[in-house]
Design a protein around this ligand. Structure first.
Ligand SMILES: [Zn+2]
Length: 476
């Protein structure tokens, strides 16, 4: 199910991927959201009116009707706009919008199965709480976001955009009831109206880390400088708002070692409401085998999953639904007798039996158990972690220095960035078996003296080990 886009399993895999990115790269700096407002885009609405005029009475249709009629154009417009904003403004080579982006992750989400919006995590080489001074952090926050109401005569376009898209009006969806001292109160879950502040203000980090019952941070990390008239204006970046022509949200989340990035991760990788659990209950039949049950579940899941028109179009057009700057690679560190191996194709196995009927060579090479030990001499000092990060099959067969010693092909080194190496997380304090697995994994990665990266192996490091690898041990 993890490969079926939009399922709960698909998003939990995505959530794991983001958690690995944060584990290895450290906390992201910014959380940026760009919404769509297709009805308000004159260019798009006129384009839809024009290209569909042979099929419908487009002259008399409202923008909403036109957009509903042609989700293909809406989807293409949204993706082109996001691609341009991301490549030309956020990742711009010269003066990028938020500073130099070292890593990123973004995903597209659909509001109640309707309009698309994009959530984006950015790792930016800039001020971090816990590393830099509060003044530096505040200066950076002020540089990339604001909640000011622009002057309508000197900046008419921006002022109109802020009034239209950045001004929050509370409604029944944002108002949450809560109980205090036996009394019921209602409060906007986005924190509007927001407090007025004479200058940008950082909250105490410990307060922000305390989470409420639904595991959301209780306090915002900071408040922007805000006047009373700006109490309902959501934080934005003027250039981003001008480019997106729809609601944007820019949040600074750069705190070293906070749990904040994980709260954000859960938020941006949440799965859409799923009917799967219910469907399984309805379809499960004790009279059928597990395999038959699973197959009918799978077929029904494909047939029955509800998707909005925009989402359906994105899938049919093969639009990217998420992207990240780093690829992940899983290292199977199980002991030899438990390692998962990939079977060779039937034809190859048949050929094998013909040449030697006692042959047991039915599996492809295993990266930890076969390929790493057979690495060429030039890679003798490369640790398993580094090996997984940088080396893959392929390369020039004539290059004898990179040939595997078992004769099964040769290796090549990646050129730009290594993979982020993922592996099972083992807690040595849980049981004797886990402890053994933990040390097996530890030894696998530190085989050649490079213990640096092994710190990511445990959640609760023992004192002795954590002091050995202090520098890179990040605990969340
Ligand atoms: Zn509200």
């Amino acid at each position: 199910m993890a490969n079926m886009r939009g399922t709960k399993e698909y998003f939990s895999k995505l959530a794991m991927d983001v958690k690995w990115l944060i584990r290895e790269l450290g906390p992201p700096t910014l959380f940026v959201t760009c919404a769509s407002a297709e009805w308000f885009s004159d260019a798009l609405v006129e384009h839809i009116r024009d290209i569909n005029k042979d099929f419908a009475k487009t002259d008399s249709m409202t923008p909403a009707e036109l957009c509903a009629m042609d989700p293909v154009s809406v989807s293409i417009h949204f993706h082109k706009k996001w691609k341009a904003i991301f490549k030309k403004l956020i990742l711009a080579k010269e003066s990028p919008m938020f500073g130099h982006v070292s890593e990123f992750f973004w995903r597209i989400e659909y509001q109640s199965r309707g309009a698309p919006h994009v959530h984006c995590l950015l790792w930016i080489d800039n001020a971090m709480i816990g590393k830099d001074s509060n003044d530096d952090v505040k200066a950076y926050i002020d540089q990339i976001s604001t909640c000011s109401m622009p002057d309508s005569s000197s900046s008419p376009t921006l002022s109109a955009l802020v009034a239209k898209f950045q001004t929050h009006k509370c409604n029944k969806y944002c108002m949450k009831a809560y109980k205090k001292n036996g009394q019921f109160y209602r409060k906007c879950r986005f924190g509007f109206p927001r407090p007025t502040k004479p200058a940008t203000y950082l909250n105490d980090v410990a307060d922000c880390l305390a989470v409420n019952q639904i595991k959301q941070p209780r306090k915002r990390l900071y408040h922007l400088r805000r006047t009373e008239q700006e109490a309902n204006i959501n934080d934005y970046n003027p250039a981003l708002l001008l480019a997106n022509q729809a609601n944007v949200d820019v949040q600074y989340i750069g705190h070293m070692g906070s749990r904040l990035p994980y709260c954000i991760t859960n938020y941006i990788t949440k799965h859409e409401r799923s009917e799967n659990d219910e469907m399984w209950q309805q379809m499960y039949s004790a009279a059928k085998s597990v395999g038959t049950n699973a197959m009918s579940f799978l077929l029904n899941a494909i047939k029955q999953r509800q998707v909005g028109a925009n989402e359906a179009v994105d899938r049919l057009l093969g639009h990217k639904l998420y992207s990240q700057s780093r690829q992940l690679r899983f290292a199977d560190l199980q002991p030899r007798d438990k390692a998962r191996r990939v079977l060779k194709p039937m034809k190859e196995v048949e050929r094998l039996v013909q040449s030697d009927e006692n042959s047991t060579d039915i599996f492809y090479d295993h990266w930890v158990l076969d390929i790493y030990p057979a690495r060429p001499d030039v890679l003798e000092d490369v640790s398993l972690h580094e090996f997984f990060g940088w080396y893959e099959k392929g390369g020039n067969v004539k290059d004898v220095t990179m040939r595997l010693k078992n004769g099964n092909g040769c290796l090549r080194k990646r050129t730009v960035k290594p993979y982020i190496v993922t592996h099972p997380i083992v807690n040595p304090n849980r049981s004797a078996e886990e402890k053994e697995r933990y040390f097996t994994s530890f030894l696998s990665f530190s085989d050649h003296g490079e213990t640096k990266k092994t710190s990511v192996l445990w959640d609760k490091p023992t004192k002795r080990l954590s002091s050995n690898s202090r520098s890179t041990c990040r605990q969340w």
